[in-house]
Design a protein around this ligand. Structure first.
Ligand code: GLN
Length: 195
């Protein structure tokens, strides 16, 4: 099994390290052709406007949606969650996303004072205790559509959600050394890929 990590900008190396720790073949995806044969794709955290522009430049929007329609699972972390969202609040004018997941996400939602923090989270499907959520200028998920399951909250805000084989986390599991959410993605979503 191969899982791609979109490697245009942001924290993609840490995701590759986490996947390799699980013994999963990880591909740093820099060109759309590299999506072929990937049963899952991780869109990392970073800067959603920068990643989105590079996705445009390299022609990723169509191929990612097409591969997803064929069964490629997708997990977006932080900026990656923004890029999956159908609606983005406080977006930059003209900011484009994949619009694959029925969630409304607010960019930089925690404001300046709480811009970066850690919080212990209970994540549905994750056993053996709470997961340390690292939030860095994070968005929150303001609301979710009908087919979307909320899988973690931070206070009264939604921090993670899942819709079929799409998952969004507003925090950065790849920065903790704790690979439980990577394992969940690989085994539960990408592992049953139809591709
Ligand atoms: N604030 C960033 C954005 O809007 C996301 C930050 C992150 O990915 N850590 O894209």
């Amino acid at each position: 099994m191969k899982v791609g990590v979109l490697a245009l900008q942001g924290a993609f190396r840490e995701h590759i390290v986490a996947l390799e720790a699980l013994g999963v073949g990880a591909v740093a995806v820099r060109l759309p052709e590299q999506l072929d044969g990937c049963s899952g794709l991780i869109i990392p955290g970073g800067e959603s406007t920068a990643i989105g522009k590079l996705m445009d430049t390299y022609g990723f929007y169509g191929p990612i949606s097409a591969r997803h329609a064929e069964g490629m699972a997708i997990w977006g972390t932080c900026a990656g969650a923004i890029l999956l969202a159908s609606t983005v609040l406080d977006a930059l004018p003209g900011q484009r996303t994949l619009e694959l997941m029925d969630i409304t996400v607010r960019r930089n939602a925690y404001g300046r004072q709480a811009a970066s923090f850690e919080a212990e989270l209970d994540v549905a499907g994750i056993e053996d205790g709470p997961f340390t959520g690292v939030f860095i200028r994070a968005p929150w998920i303001e609301s979710v559509g009908e087919g979307v399951e909320v899988i973690a909250r931070q206070g009264d805000r939604i921090a993670a959600a899942r819709q079929g084989d799409l998952m969004a986390t507003t925090f950065h599991p790849e920065l903790t050394g704790d690979v439980r959410i990577h394992r969940l993605f690989v085994e539960r979503f990408a592992g049953v890929a139809r591709a």
